[in-house]
Write a protein that binds this ligand. Structure first.
Ligand SMILES: NC(=O)c1ccc[n+]([C@@H]2O[C@H](COP(=O)([O-])OP(=O)(O)OC[C@H]3O[C@@H](n4cnc5c(N)ncnc54)[C@H](OP(=O)(O)O)[C@@H]3O)[C@@H](O)[C@H]2O)c1
Length: 242
């Protein structure tokens, strides 16, 4: 039986490592969003499947018998579709979803449902740091009139989509002290992030807390009705139980 691991997160990478070490027959899949992704320890296919039809074909041709969905909590298109397809095919499906971040003492967070709501909070002229990646940048055009700094892994291939914006290139990890130095040097007054959860990317929230910078936290999209675990260990146990 071949397991498909939908990857693109640190959990996807760790699951690939564990399954490879156990000798489980599995293939990993990356969307191809990052130009030079770190290699995974499983045979890896890269790029979209070509919609639902392409995905169904792929499952058949690659003889996939179960799917672990370790995509990002905000990658709702692939998660909704995969959960739906697997339910229809009666194919075992497991989503690995890390817990969302919760505010703690010293945090100054406001939750927003959508990127478009950021402009309701952030005054004109403010300096804003977007830790949300380039894919959803178009949704922040309401922030025109602020200095908007968008961090992304790869160098930009297109100009910033609105006036007053600039890209900052950086590949994680970003230790807390480096984040603090960066935010202070840029004069960051607001930070906007998606509630991705996880330890590695929480450093910007620690830096914000320690510097007293307010955070706009974009709430997670709704999740499908499907089997779900929070950790890599649970996902590996699930594979072993199949
Ligand atoms: N959204 C984020 O904030 C975020 C952050 C960090 C990493 N990522 C990672 O980046 C990838 C794309 O995220 P997204 O938000 O653009 O996804 P999405 O909106 O849910 O999916 C868009 C399309 O990308 C393709 N796709 C997504 N994940 C794939 C995978 N693992 N393997 C093959 N094709 C995949 C599918 O194309 P087809 O319809 O052609 O199959 C899907 O319909 C995901 O793997 C995710 O884990 C996303």
């Amino acid at each position: 039986m071949t397991i498909l691991v939908l990857a693109g997160t640190s959990e996807g990478k760790e699951i690939a490592t564990s399954l490879a070490a156990l000798g489980v027959r599995a293939v990993a899949s990356l969307a191809g969003a990052t130009r030079a992704p770190k290699p995974l320890d499983l045979p890896t296919r890269v790029g979209g499947f070509g919609g639902e039809e392409g995905f169904l074909d792929y499952l058949k041709v690659a003889k996939i018998k179960a799917v672990i969905d370790a995509t990002h909590p905000f990658a709702s298109q692939i998660t909704d579709r995969t959960a739906g397809v697997c339910a229809t095919l009666n194919m075992p499906y497991l989503q690995v979803l890390r817990p969302a971040w919760e505010s703690q003492e010293g945090d100054n967070w406001a939750e927003i449902a959508r990127e478009e709501n950021a402009a309701d909070f952030i005054p004109l002229g403010a300096t804003v740091f977007l830790g949300t990646g380039r894919q959803t940048l178009d949704r922040f055009t309401g922030l025109e009139g602020r200095r908007v700094i968008c961090r992304q892994i790869d160098p930009p291939t297109a100009p910033f989509p609105f006036e007053g914006g600039e890209f900052l290139i950086g590949r994680p990890p970003f230790p807390v002290e480096r984040e603090k130095t960066l935010f202070a040097a840029l004069g960051v007054e607001w930070i906007v992030v998606k509630n991705a959860g996880g330890v590695a990317s929480a450093t910007k929230l620690t830096a914000a807390r320690e510097l007293g910078i307010p955070v706009l936290m974009i709430a997670r999209p709704p999740m499908p009705d499907a089997m779900r675990v929070a950790t890599v260990g649970e996902a590996v146990s699930w594979v072993q139980s199949l």
